[in-house]
Design a protein around this ligand. Sequence first.
Ligand SMILES: C[S@@+](CC[C@H](N)C(=O)[O-])C[C@H]1O[C@@H](n2cnc3c(N)ncnc32)[C@H](O)[C@@H]1O
Length: 276
Amino acid sequence: MESTIYKKNYPNWDYEEIINEIEIFLKIYEKRPISNNKGGMKFPHAFGLYFILKKINPSLVIESGVFKGQSTWIIENTLPNAEIICLDIDLSKREYISKKAKYSNLDFKFQDLSKIPENTLVLFDDHVNHLNRIKEAYFFGIKNIILDDNYKSNSGDFQTIKQSFEKYSFNHQLKITSIFKTLFFFVKLLSKKIFVKKFNAHKELNFITNRIRDHSLNKNEFKNIDKIIKTYYEFPPIIPQNSNTEVPLLDQANEQLKDYLNELSVYNHLTFIELK
Ligand SMILES: C[S@@+](CC[C@H](N)C(=O)[O-])C[C@H]1O[C@@H](n2cnc3c(N)ncnc32)[C@H](O)[C@@H]1O
């Protein structure tokens, strides 16, 4: 396993500029609609998302993985003029619902993205295999990608690009209840296949694949992904973390961050990618 960070053509965003934005972001973040976003973004990733969005300034943002809606709110408040498309296979968890975003529970790869602006940006926070998501974005001609949880090896719940660089294949350790649920869906699918002549299992198979997220890296896979990537940039953590990260923005939390101390260690290598 390699321990260095994958880096490619870093944007010219210097630390001073990023640190100066923290103060501006704090004024936005204190108005967030969901104070406890357990299972969603915390301060370090919310700030990274804000900073990258401001820099890229896309006219369309596609968000895959909405959950309670906190990240939708951040997108909306960072880029008030951008169009927003929000995707989640389960939209029932939303607590914040944007008036301007268009919502859909259809997977990203099944969307009609035949007419989208050149500078579209997609945020993947849906815990779907990053290698597949990057290939799908490339297919749709979307160049700007933010990956929320870009877990390192031996962590997370799906195959990430960071793990792929480290030559780590993700093996999904499922809880017994989840295995039985998947078995139920699979038996249901097979029964329909046997008894319903016109039944087409494509969507259900996709659903089941996403429940057991094992990935076995092919030796050429990372090289082929690397070929289509122009920029790969892991947004730095705010304060030092005990893992292989970029240099943190600050040595320690300062006075202005005192309300978010418990959020500052929640960091999983939020990453910006620009495709060729
Ligand atoms: C980590 S949460 C998203 C958190 C949210 N972005 C935030 O920061 O507040 C992941 C979400 O992805 C959704 N999800 C799972 N599979 C998906 C898929 N194939 N497409 C879109 N969303 C999916 C889940 O239903 C869940 O709501």
